[in-house]
Design a protein around this ligand. Structure first.
Ligand code: IPE
Ligand code: MG
Length: 239
């Protein structure tokens, strides 16, 4: 969710006003995704690198996160939305980690949409913590292990790999988001700043996704055969 600061600057407002608008936009994005039947939405809210920002901006962001949790969690639950946070929570103040734990607990059995907020998250951090935890529990894997051994230890183990990645704000990079999980994800970059990324913009991103062909390393022909249930031989005969 990039571009809050620039959104504010263009209006001669302080950066924090952009963050406030950004949170409002999270609310409408979550609602739109739930209405469209999206089952997993993962938002990159705060990266491990964002600690480098000025202290007052960081503390404003933390405050904003806490207020949003206090105000929104009951509504998430009412709407069947499961709430999760991934990231290294050890640097957050106890009040925030308590709010997060309570929110996760309250919504744990909600199934309509899983909303994950990545906070103090980094894709490299995630892989390291996963390997570390795995080897602690299963030291015999130190000599070698498979992807399937590692998967349960990744932060997003409960979610399928994402179909679509959206980055707002004009930058065309991953910036240490879900490095493992994005291997086959369709990437979508837009200049629209996060506070301006409304439902129409989301629909445009989804429409772009729907035009793409996802082959996962296979050929177009194989994908078509699989979709129609035809064995390869019959498809080539018909052409
Ligand atoms: C994204 O907006 C929000 C957070 C990282 C918390 P930015 O704050 O990065 O906004 P720009 O990039 O300065 O416009
Ligand atoms: Mg930015």
């Amino acid at each position: 969710m990039d571009g809050n600061g620039r959104w504010a600057k263009r209006r001669f407002l302080p950066r924090v006003a952009g963050h406030r608008r950004g949170v409002e936009n999270v609310r409408s994005a979550v609602r739109a995704c739930a209405e469209k039947g999206v089952e997993f939405l993962t938002l990159f809210a705060f990266s491990s690198e964002n600690w480098r920002r000025p202290a007052d901006e960081i503390s404003f962001l933390m405050q904003l996160f806490m207020v949003a949790l206090e105000q929104e969690v009951a509504k998430l639950h009412e709407n069947g939305i499961r709430f999760k946070v991934i990231g290294d929570l050890s640097r957050f103040e106890p009040r925030l980690t308590r709010l997060i734990a309570d929110a996760e607990e309250l919504t744990r059995d909600d199934t309509r949409l899983t909303l994950t907020v990545a906070a103090n998250y980094g894709g490299r951090w995630d892989m390291i913590q996963a390997v570390t935890r795995m080897l602690k529990e299963r030291p015999q894997l130190a000599g070698g292990f498979a992807e399937t051994d590692l998967l349960p230890y990744l932060s997003l183990a409960y979610a399928p790999e994402p179909d679509l990645f959206i980055r707002t704000g004009g930058e065309q990079r991953i910036s240490n988001f879900l490095l493992w999980q994005l291997a086959y994800t369709e990437l979508y970059f837009t200049d629209t700043l996060w506070p301006d990324f409304d439902t129409a913009a989301l629909e445009q991103a989804i429409a772009s996704y729907q035009q793409r062909e996802r082959r996962f390393g296979r050929t177009s022909e194989q994908m078509r055969d699989a979709a129609t249930g035809n064995p390869r031989r019959r498809v080539s005969e018909s052409r």
